[in-house]
Design a protein around this ligand. Structure first.
Ligand code: NA7
Length: 854
């Protein structure tokens, strides 16, 4: 007799449900696993259409939790077909006696949280009611076929097939007239098989897709050998990789090489026959449209090589979306199908289907009769299977209602208002953008560990906090915002289902990063969760540290370079190092004109560089002071940032040099900065600038100088400044703030480097001067309007914010922007870190506002 009250109910017996059952048993939890099908396998149980295959190679698409399987199970191919994967699932289920823990042909109709009992009540299609402490949806991401949404679908009297619900006995199309609707992965895989049998095949295509040949065959011996030589290292590499597959990562931009070189590199990737390799050929395929277009061109050239009729080839060539923003496909002879004389391609964008009829399909004035129609029209992806169950959480809130504007989760695992409810590979987790096997195992292990920890500590419930869920939403959006996904109508965006909210459903920040975040959340005492039970409560508001994804990627790369710490260098060495680094950065946008010259500093001539916008002058003028801790840098060292601000704000930037420490200690830099401002004010017209429209700007130590000269201009009767733009400025030599402790290590500008800068620049006594620490000024009244930008993970964050608050308190108009997930240096990395763009756009509009109305 099956238990009616268990610790855990799991819905679904695919690879996720199977592994979870195994782990729950191992940890002594009672469970019921409910599965709609009559066997294990999930996706691989349902998707039995001919040619169904895994696009991830078998070396990577297999369980790692039972190492014996590696020797026991021999995959026959590099990319296994559905029957073999299903057999693998059955083999594992038998080996580990999982069948005995699964109820087959049972659906969950309804689940409701009982807040007094602190339990879920589950109602099944067999009329059973089960109660459980924890409820896990292991229902898969592509398990609910979407309504084809074509008029007349119920009229057709012939055979109707849906790829995701294929008859178990198979289908023989020999001699038949067949229509296939859709050209996604399911159609692309099945089409060669259908075409080889059918008498006539008409393919109705709405959006063409990118597809590459799988070059299937036996497992590549090199890869297998690597896996077997050091299984743990190989699997760890997969777990910490961006996609869950160990892969060579790109080091070069698609735009940094010639087109011939780019195509040669892509050809090499193409030959590997691995789904994710093409996109990983260059660093910027996913984030830069022009770089992506190089890949699109290559992929289209391949279609034209295969498909003989140029018009058909063009119809099959995707033009409207960036590569990778719709799921790219792998095929075996897909495009070759269109060279067969009995196959016709109909572009329904040009020739829309008017209706399915009793005998066939009407479109664009034509009627064609068919014996069979195959719907390869896809799924209500990621959320469909979850919200299809009537799930009610606290206070009568249903999940469907909560998610009506898009799924909200914390870590893609849990959701506020639904205690003890978990999703495996749910929205907000890497899921369909990753090797599912890796992601499934990670989620199962996280849930298992959470349950064990709660049991050990006597907690009964776990629920994310609203703040953590909101932070996760913002982080997911930050990640999505730097990619090209949002421009495409794809099922990743929910765009294939009419009325479904448009939001990037999976988390695009990467498998390794995601794993680190989830692990950190658990290890730091369930950050972002509230736990309760036995009269105890533990609330750890979190959130986990959410760095901008591109910033974190850069930090990861820097960590692998094992660079020497700046503070261990002499100033000369540090300058050499900075110069060498500058040669590797992107140049920044073109501006109208760049002119170099010299001006009289406080103690001799110094250099300047003028950045003039392309628009007609005269322009407002911004005197810019570079960063570099008063020790490093020059009038050209922030070149990309100056170009970017010049272009975005349509202002003239004059970047001025100043003497550096330790050769010229405080106040030499201030004296030069002040001399530069006076000189610019006097000569603004000669430069083509507006003499009555001058502002100052600076980054870091340059922000410090800009703030100081703004005070000097106020105290010395001019020049009258329109504004001060301070980017992560140094304002306080005491370095006492919390951000020094929080962000003192690991974010490029460290506490020690800052100490090194200060030591070279100013004595302890000098640091107390308002010309070194502008925050210490007795009054900040009557200073020009300010915009102050700080980075969340910058040791200088708090002193920048403190200056902004002090200015505001003194009645100065202040705009303050704390750049989420940014470090001290990242906002200046023009064309390298897309997440900095919006921050710089704000800075530019801040500059424009300084000058508005004059
Ligand atoms: P997909 O990738 O969602 O493909 C569905 C296809 O059906 C796609 O070409 C759609 O065109 C097309 N479609 C959907 N609705 C219609 C209507 N109403 N009329 C015409 N054409 C339509 O699903 P698959 O099953 O192929 O693959 C799903 C995933 O399984 C795959 O990505 C892998 O992860 C494995 P559209 O592109 O929306 O214009």
């Amino acid at each position: 007799m099956a238990e009616k009250d268990v610790d855990v109910v799991v819905v679904g017996a695919g690879f996720a449900g199977m592994y979870l059952l195994h782990e729950l048993r191992k940890q002594g939890f009672s469970s019921r696993v409910l599965e709609a099908g009559d066997d294990v396998g999930g996706t691989w149980y349902w998707n039995r259409y001919p040619g169904a295959r895994c696009d991830i190679a078998t070396t990577d698409y297999q369980y790692t939790w039972d190492p014996e399987l590696l020797d026991e199970w021999q995959w026959s191919e590099k990319h296994a077909a559905q029957p073999e994967i299903l057999r693998y699932a059955q083999y594992v289920a038998k080996k580990h006696d999982l069948y005995s823990g699964i109820d087959f042909e049972v659906r969950v109709d309804k689940a409701a949280w009982d807040d007094s009992a602190k339990k879920w009540t589950i109602h099944t299609s067999t009329g059973e009611t089960i109660t459980c402490r924890h409820y896990v949806m292991a229902t898969g991401c592509l398990s609910v076929p979407k309504d084809p949404d074509i008029p007349g679908t119920d009229r057709f009297k012939g055979n109707v097939y849906v790829t995701g619900r294929w008859p178990h006995e198979g289908v023989d199309f020999t001699g038949q007239r067949v229509a296939v609707i859709g050209t996604g992965s399911s159609a692309i895989q099945s089409m060669p098989h259908i075409a080889s049998q059918a008498k006539q095949l008409v393919v109705f295509q709405r959006t063409p897709n990118f597809s590459m040949p799988a070059f299937n065959g036996p497992q590549p011996p090199g890869r297998v050998a690597r896996l077997k030589a050091d299984r743990v290292a190989y699997q760890n590499e997969a777990r910490m990789s961006p996609t869950g597959v160990p892969m060579e990562m790109a080091t070069v931009s698609a735009l940094a090489v010639s087109r011939e070189e780019a195509f040669a590199m892509l050809e090499k990737s193409w030959r590997k026959g691995e789904l994710l390799q093409i996109g990983a050929t260059f660093t910027d395929v996913g984030i830069n449209r022009a770089a992506n277009e190089v890949v699109c061109d290559f992929m289209r050239s391949k279609i034209h090589e295969v498909v003989k009729d140029p018009e058909t080839a063009e119809t099959l060539s995707p033009r409207g979306h960036a590569y990778g923003t719709k799921r790219p496909c792998m095929d075996t002879n897909y495009f070759e199908v269109f060279n067969m004389p009995h196959v016709r391609l109909v572009d329904i964008r040009k020739k829309p289907i008017t209706s399915i009829t009793e005998t066939g399909i009407d479109f664009d004035g034509e009627s064609i009769e068919f014996d069979s129609i195959v719907y390869a029209t896809g799924f209500d992806a990621m959320t469909g299977a979850i919200v299809n169950v009537d799930i009610t959480g606290k206070n009568g809130l249903t999940l469907k209602k909560k998610w009506e504007n898009g799924p909200l989760t914390y870590l893609g695992l849990t959701t506020v208002g639904f205690p003890n409810f978990y999703m495996i590979t749910g929205p907000g987790s890497p899921s369909v953008l990753s090797n599912m096997m890796v992601s499934i195992e990670q989620h199962v292990e996280w849930i298992r560990d959470a349950l064990v920890d709660m049991r050990d500590k006597g907690f009964e419930t776990i629920e994310p906090t609203a703040a953590a869920e909101e932070d996760w939403r913002v982080h997911c959006t930050d990640c999505a915002d730097i990619t090209l996904f949002q421009d495409t109508n794809s099922w990743y965006m929910g765009a294939n289902v009419p009325g479904k909210p448009r939001v990037l459903l999976p988390y695009i920040g990467g498998v390794g990063r995601y794993r680190r975040i989830c692990t950190e959340a658990m290890q730091r005492g369930f950050l972002g969760f509230e736990l309760q039970g036995n009269g105890k409560q533990q609330l750890n508001p979190g959130p986990v540290r959410l760095m901008q994804p591109d910033v974190e990627m850069m930090l990861d790369v820097m960590a692998t370079l094992e660079l020497p710490p700046i503070e261990a260098m002499s100033p000369a060495e540090a300058r050499g190092f900075m110069d060498a680094s500058a040669t590797m950065r992107a140049p920044g946008p073109d501006v109208g004109e760049i002119v170099d010259g010299t001006f009289p500093g406080a103690d001799g001539d110094l250099e300047y560089r003028v950045y003039r916008p392309a628009s007609a002058g005269p322009h407002p003028v911004v005197v810019y002071y570079h960063g570099g801790g008063w020790v490093l840098g020059s009038h050209t060292s922030d070149d990309p940032l100056c170009r970017d601000l010049c272009k975005r704000a349509d202002v003239m930037i004059i970047s001025v040099n100043y003497r550096h420490a330790p050769e010229a200690r405080f106040p030499a830099a201030v004296d030069d900065a002040w001399a530069a401002l006076q000189w610019v004010a006097k000569n603004a017209s000669a430069f083509g600038g507006k003499p009555d429209q001058i502002a100052v700007a600076g980054w870091s130590a340059g922000g410090n100088l800009a703030a100081v000269v703004a005070q000097m201009a106020r105290d010395n009767g001019g020049p009258k400044l329109k504004g001060q733009l301070l980017l992560t400025p140094v304002t306080d030599g005491s370095r006492q703030s919390a951000s020094y402790i929080e962000n003192g290590e690991g974010y490029v500008l460290t506490k020690n480097v800052m100490e090194w800068f200060w030591n070279h620049y100013a004595s302890a006594e000098d640091r107390k001067s308002v010309k070194a620490s502008p925050l210490l000024a007795p009054s900040l009244a009557n200073l020009p309007p300010a915009m102050i930008v700080t980075g969340q993970f910058d040791p200088l964050r708090d002193e920048g914010n403190a200056y902004a608050h002090a200015l505001a308190d003194a009645g100065v108009p202040v705009k303050r922007l704390q750049a989420r997930g940014h470090i001290h240096t990242s906002i200046t990395m023009v064309d390298m870190l897309p997440s900095g763009q919006s921050v710089r756009a704000h800075m530019a509009s801040g500059l424009r506002e300084f000058f508005a109305g004059n």
